[in-house]
Each structure stands twice: as structure tokens, then as C-alpha cells.
Design a protein. Structure first.
Length: 187
């Protein structure tokens, strides 16, 4: 099996030792190095452990013939753009299981027509983790509300719509909300 463990590890800015320590249970940097280079066979168990340590899906660590990778040409920071010290490949974005999408068909707030927003569904007990984030909230009759979650009191959510001059909306007891996590935008 050909893996992208090294490329993903480097893209995350982690050393072999960082990954080894982040594995559950921890392992050695030498073991991670052997798995990266193919000196040791990567089992599904190892793939899952390393993926969790890197904060990615196991599928992101497997190179498939039709799985395009993006070479990093430059690193951008406060000091400007510079070439990476060594070649880095980025895996293409992949939606996590359960992710829902929003297709932006008209510009509003920070979003432009043609954008795609990936949202992570949250159960009521996790709504607090979406404060000050853009969320999608289901409404009766197949309608939705999308805006910034600015407050929560008991079963009531206060949302600030994205359009200029719009008033705060209050939604009571939604069964779920979806927090915006990824913006896909063509330039």
C-alpha cells in the first residue's frame, strides 16, 4: 500500500516524534518512520492510529491513482511568501461524514456567489460550540435560517442574519444546527 503519511505529516508541520507521541497508545518515531517509508507494512489499525494523531481521515493517508495531490509552491506568512524547505503535497479537501453543504447563489455578508460552505451538524447539547460562528438552522416547512449565532438562552438561539440592516432572529428549540467549517471559493 502506498501511503501519504510523510506528506500529510510535513504539511501539518509535525515531526516523526510528534506523531509518535500523539498516537494512542504512543509509539516511537522510528516506527512511524518505518511506516512512512514502507519498511514496515501499514495495517488498517496503524493507518487509523496515525490518521487520528495527524487529525485527518485515514483515507487521506492512502495514495490512490485518481486521488490528486496539490504540490505546495510557496508558504505564506507575515514575512511574505517563500519556498518550502522540502517538497510538500496537500491532500484535496474532503468532507467528513455527515457534513452538509450550502451553495451560495447570491453574495451576502462575507460570502460570494459561487461559494460552497461545508457545515458540521451539531446536536442541541453541542450548540454552545458554535457561538460567534455562522450556522445553518432548520425551520418548519423545509425552510432554513443562516446567520451568526450570537447567543443562546435555554432552548432559544439568537442569530444575526448576514445581510446589512437585518434584525436579529430568535429560533426556539431546533432539533439540530450546522456550524460552518469550510469555505470553498474559486478565485
Amino acid at each position: 500500500m502506498i501511503t501519504a503519511i510523510r506528506e500529510v505529516r510535513r504539511a501539518r508541520g509535525m515531526t516523526l516524534d510528534d506523531v509518535a507521541r500523539a498516537c494512542v497508545p504512543p509509539t516511537t518515531a522510528q516506527t512511524i518512520g518505518r511506516l512512512e517509508t514502507g519498511m514496515r507494512t501499514v495495517s488498517v489499525g496503524w493507518l487509523n492510529r496515525i490518521a487520528a494523531a495527524l487529525g485527518v481521515e485515514a483515507a487521506d493517508l492512502v495514495k490512490l491513482p485518481d486521488h490528486a495531490e496539490l504540490p505546495v509552491a510557496a508558504m505564506l506568512g507575515a514575512e511574505g511568501a517563500h519556498a518550502p524547505a522540502r517538497p510538500i503535497l496537500l491532500p484535496p479537501p474532503r468532507a467528513a461524514a455527515g457534513t452538509v453543504g450550502i451553495a451560495v447563489v447570491g453574495g451576502i455578508g462575507d460570502y460570494r456567489s459561487g461559494d460552497t460552505i461545508w457545515c458540521e451538524p451539531l446536536a442541541p447539547e453541542a450548540f454552545g460550540g458554535a457561538l460567534n460562528r455562522d450556522v445553518l438552522v432548520p425551520r418548519p416547512g423545509g425552510r432554513f435560517l443562516f446567520g451568526r449565532l450570537i447567543g443562546r438562552e435555554a432552548d432559544r438561539l439568537q442569530l444575526l442574519p448576514l445581510g446589512a440592516g437585518q434584525r436579529q432572529q430568535v429560533v426556539s428549540d431546533p432539533p439540530w444546527i450546522a456550524r460552518a467549517v469550510t469555505l470553498i471559493r474559486a478565485l
